[in-house]
Design a protein around this ligand. Structure first.
Ligand SMILES: [Zn+2]
Length: 95
């Protein structure tokens, strides 16, 4: 048994909703990891670490991010995409 943080009645350990006051309980709230920050990867870098950092941030494969970045640069006519990439590389802090 545990206590409801809202009404202090005893409730089941596995309860996700208090049967006394009807409040939803979020037991994993404190355990959840802080939101990831988008940083440039130091260990996973080819040029500036932006791809590696973004891959870690978005939980994607680094090579996939690199391919998409490369295609994105190509499709924007190289220079605008390359410029955006450089701007991102300058704005995003290193991990
Ligand atoms: Zn309650």
């Amino acid at each position: 048994m545990k206590k409801c943080p809202f009404c202090a009645e005893n409730i089941e350990d596995a309860a996700i909703k208090c049967k006394h006051c009807g409040e939803f309980l979020t037991p994993n709230h404190q355990q959840s990891s802080p939101p990831k920050k988008f940083t440039r990867s130091i260990k996973d870098r080819q040029f500036s670490g932006v791809c590696g950092g973004f891959a870690a941030y978005a939980n994607l494969d680094v090579s996939l991010v690199r391919i998409l970045t490369f295609l994105g640069i190509l499709f924007t006519g190289v220079l605008p995409g390359l410029f955006a990439y450089i701007v991102i590389a300058m704005m995003v802090p290193e991990a």
